[in-house]
Design a protein around this ligand. Structure first.
Ligand SMILES: Nc1ncnc2c1ncn2[C@@H]1O[C@H](COP(=O)(O)OP(=O)(O)OP(=O)(O)O)[C@@H](O)[C@H]1O
Ligand SMILES: [Mg+2]
Length: 228
């Protein structure tokens, strides 16, 4: 990695990085996600598994403070994400977490480079152009660095979204099906990159996937049940 020192705002997380207590989520009178008590310890990279509709994206939205759980509580880096006010959640997410959305959510008006620069500015308060260029090179998009998201293929967009999540050197990298649109070579390359960045920065991975090409890389699994 270009920068030798982790540039995160929280230097060390004591205790679990993510902790849930009695966590479940209900929609329209139906339980759509049931986890209960669970802990993600630092460096215990975890796979989030479960059939379609079992609540993986719901859980990721709760971990990242984008959704309030209907029952129970969730703590991220020891802070009570689920009861913080919206500004507090945004701040906690920016300080701790890099997120790869299932639907990518790159900012359409910005180039790949500018998407990464904005993420860095928001999380770290500064932009490191050399680190951004190096990260874009790592995901194989140097020739598309000036492109807008809509000009990218699905797999290129996924690689850009992964680069954006990693560029802030977060404590927690949360990714929702990050390799679903990638060919075998790029899927292997992206998972290698995620593990390598995690090793270099002390980050912990939480990855939802059905992708058997990457699932075997994780020792820690959280299985969600099929919806009732
Ligand atoms: N806005 C919504 N309103 C009502 N129900 C919803 C809403 N969003 C999701 N659901 C339901 O909640 C359940 C969990 O959805 P979720 O997106 O978390 O599943 P998932 O495990 O991520 O599935 P996939 O593997 O298909 O991405 C599903 O039954 C889904 O239909
Ligand atoms: Mg999903």
């Amino acid at each position: 990695m270009p920068s030798p020192e982790p540039q995160t705002h929280l230097n060390k997380v004591e205790g679990p990085l993510v902790e849930t207590r009695g966590l479940s989520h209900w929609r329209d009178g139906r339980c759509v996600m049931q986890i209960g008590d669970w802990q993600l310890q630092p460096r215990a990279h975890a796979l989030l598994l479960g059939p379609s509709g079992s609540g993986k994206t719901t859980f990721i939205n709760i971990v990242t403070g984008l959704l309030t759980p209907s029952q129970g509580a969730i703590f991220v880096a020891g802070e009570p994400m689920s009861i913080l006010p919206p500004a507090g959640r945004d701040g906690l997410r920016r300080r701790t977490t890099g997120l790869v959305f299932q639907t990518l959510r790159l900012i359409p008006a910005l180039s790949v480079t500018a998407n990464l620069a904005l993420a860095q500015q928001l999380a770290l308060g500064q932009v490191d152009r050399a680190a951004i260029a190096a990260m874009i090179d790592r995901v194989g998009l140097s020739h598309r660095a000036a492109a807008r998201p809509r000009q990218l293929s699905q797999g290129e967009g996924q690689r850009a979204a992964i680069a954006r999540a990693l560029i802030t050197r977060p404590h927690l990298v949360v990714a929702d099906e990050p390799t679903s649109a990638l060919d075998d070579a790029n899927a292997a390359r992206m998972i290698d990159l995620m593990f390598e960045v995690a090793d270099a920065t002390g980050a912990t991975l939480l990855v939802a996937t059905h992708d058997g090409r990457i699932a075997h890389r994780f020792g820690n699994r959280l299985n969600l049940e099929a919806p009732q």
